[in-house]
Design a protein around this ligand. Sequence first.
Ligand SMILES: C[S@@+](CC[C@H](N)C(=O)[O-])C[C@H]1O[C@@H](n2cnc3c(N)ncnc32)[C@H](O)[C@@H]1O
Length: 339
Amino acid sequence: MGIRSKLKLLIEKVLRVGLKEEFDSLRQEIQERHQPQIERLDEISQSLKPRFSSEPGGSYQEFWDDMAATREGACYGVAGLPFGLPATEESLDLHGEPTARVIIESLGITADHSVLEVGVGVGRLARHIAPHCREFYGVDVSSRMLGFARERLKDLSNVHLQQLTTNDLRIFPEGRFDRVFFQIVLVHLDREDAFNYLRESYRVIKKGGKGYFQFYNLLHKKGFREFLNSVSLSTTSGEKPRGRVHCYSAPEVRKLMEEAGFTLDEANSHLEMVEQRFDYHFPEGYWDDYLQRVRTVLRNSGLDEKNQNAYSDKIKKGIIYSAPDSDWEYYLIAVGDKT
Ligand SMILES: C[S@@+](CC[C@H](N)C(=O)[O-])C[C@H]1O[C@@H](n2cnc3c(N)ncnc32)[C@H](O)[C@@H]1O
């Protein structure tokens, strides 16, 4: 390098160092002048932090663990306990068994399938689906629900239960399952979380696999009634509990499914706009058998005979629909393929 070039570099360096010093001293001056404001801003952001980081309305886990404080509460919470009936296995099976049958048929579950249920609850459906597949994974945010599920399903060796600590399926790798399903779970989530679960399901389903996702139809009068329950909870007590019910319309469900990556399996989905009829045909004599079983449950319930008759009469007339699962007409069911 010639003497000229060396000189040029030296001058540039001096200039740069000079500029840097000037810059640093200017920064210090500004910082000193505005120190009180900077400290105040730090203070404000500290005080805002808890409001942003805690979950308004509590967490899903708190909500469902509270519900599952007792076995009765847990069974009631999973829709398997016809209102007012004791938390017996018979009560759970009243809806668990036929609902499981719909899911098995809609998803075409076979003995070589690996199946995941998100929001497994006390294992009301797992009990009837696990015997039809190779392995059954049940995950849930509520450790208490899982406690009851563990006890109820301990004789089924292909069942694996796991607690979720985040609202997603990150504990599972891509393409882990042949079938994934949610029953009466997505309706209890904020829309963003529900959509994220659809995307996550798509990720963990194998290519060629299927997912089953159940929602409530806002446009159906019974779905709207569910929505009004959430409204009245909010307006009378000011509460928006984390696990409250959210309803959807069919086009929204279609959009969310497509955006999550699924191709809708139209033949097995039930996504009509309003007042749809759920056209799953229960086997001949199913409802007689159902009422018979309700009577058995009632007989063992400790209610006196007069009240037992009054109760089953109300069920027959549809005055009490004994649990959501017995009332499919306001369900929106999206069955999607990962092609
Ligand atoms: C109404 S129960 C339905 C249980 C079960 N699917 C059935 O049909 O019997 C809803 C279940 O979803 C679980 N759950 C709620 N929020 C969840 C979340 N964000 N992630 C996973 N599970 C959740 C609850 O703890 C509860 O066990």
